[in-house]
Design a protein around this ligand. Structure first.
Ligand SMILES: [Zn+2]
Length: 254
């Protein structure tokens, strides 16, 4: 690669690619002002441990506390909303097939318009009945603080957020989707992940070891920064719109 500008290099790589896998993590949502799980533990939530708020046992023992926590986090996400990084990833679909495998539960890739998403840790807007499995998709909007907690329309049990709690298995279908796409894509875009948390870390390591061109967008260096093909040391909300612009202007090679 002789191009010095990593934005141009990324646009060139994407212009020549057939399929793209995006691996995204907390960093891209942080740019919307959305706090991580632990950062959101402020005020009355600060005195609880994560195990008090995000385990099946906590939900069984204190469902209203757990549901209150998720109502609070949904409000933070709805206020933050999508940012130009999410929008740029959705815009890449104008150029090539894109699968987004994300560790984020906030649903913002879908809200930005991405259509093929593997949610490795679930989705906070997809409510699930712990009793009969019935699912309800909620709108990405600030919840009514005073409304009663949702009940399953089929069996009347209190419903839970469709996220992966501590001690729970990751969703097999989403993991397999990411794995299969990793084997078939020829370009991987790694955005806002520290590359330290399973399973994304393993997927990124595999991508770096494989033949696909790996592009990393992260202002902070990560465990794989030295090994990727193209590294853009910038925030996603700045870097990715620039990549899309460069790609829009590039002559089509295909
Ligand atoms: Zn039910």
């Amino acid at each position: 690669m002789t191009q010095h500008d990593p934005i141009d290099a990324a646009a060139t790589a994407l212009a020549g690619a057939r399929r793209l896998l995006v691996l995204s993590g907390a960093g891209i949502s942080a740019e919307s002002g959305i706090p991580t799980f632990r950062e959101a533990q402020t005020g009355l939530w600060a005195r609880f441990s994560p195990q008090d708020l995000a385990t099946p046992e906590a939900f069984a023992a204190q469902p209203e506390r757990v549901l209150g926590w998720y109502r609070w986090r949904r409000a933070l996400i709805a206020r933050g909303g999508v940012n130009p990084g999410h929008e740029a990833i959705a815009a890449l679909e104008r150029h090539l097939p894109v699968v987004v495998a994300t560790q984020n539960v906030d649903g913002l890739h879908a809200a930005a318009g991405s259509r093929d998403i593997a949610e490795l840790h679930g989705n906070i807007w997809r409510d699930r009945c712990p009793n009969c499995g019935h699912e309800t998709v909620l709108p990405v909007a600030e919840p009514d603080e005073n409304a009663p907690f949702s009940r399953c329309p089929q069996c009347r049990a209190l419903t839970r957020p469709g996220v992966v709690w501590f001690g729970e298995m990751l969703p097999v279908a989403a993991l397999e989707r990411a794995q299969v796409e990793l084997e078939h894509c020829d370009c991987v875009l790694v955005v806002g992940t520290s590359n330290q948390v399973y399973p994304a870390a393993a997927l990124v390591e595999q991508a770096v070891a494989g033949p696909a061109t790996v592009i990393e967008v992260n202002p902070q260096p990560t465990a794989v920064s030295g090994a990727v093909d193209i590294r853009i040391a910038e925030r996603a909300s700045r870097a990715l719109p620039a990549v899309v612009r460069a790609l829009d202007e590039a002559p089509t090679a295909r």
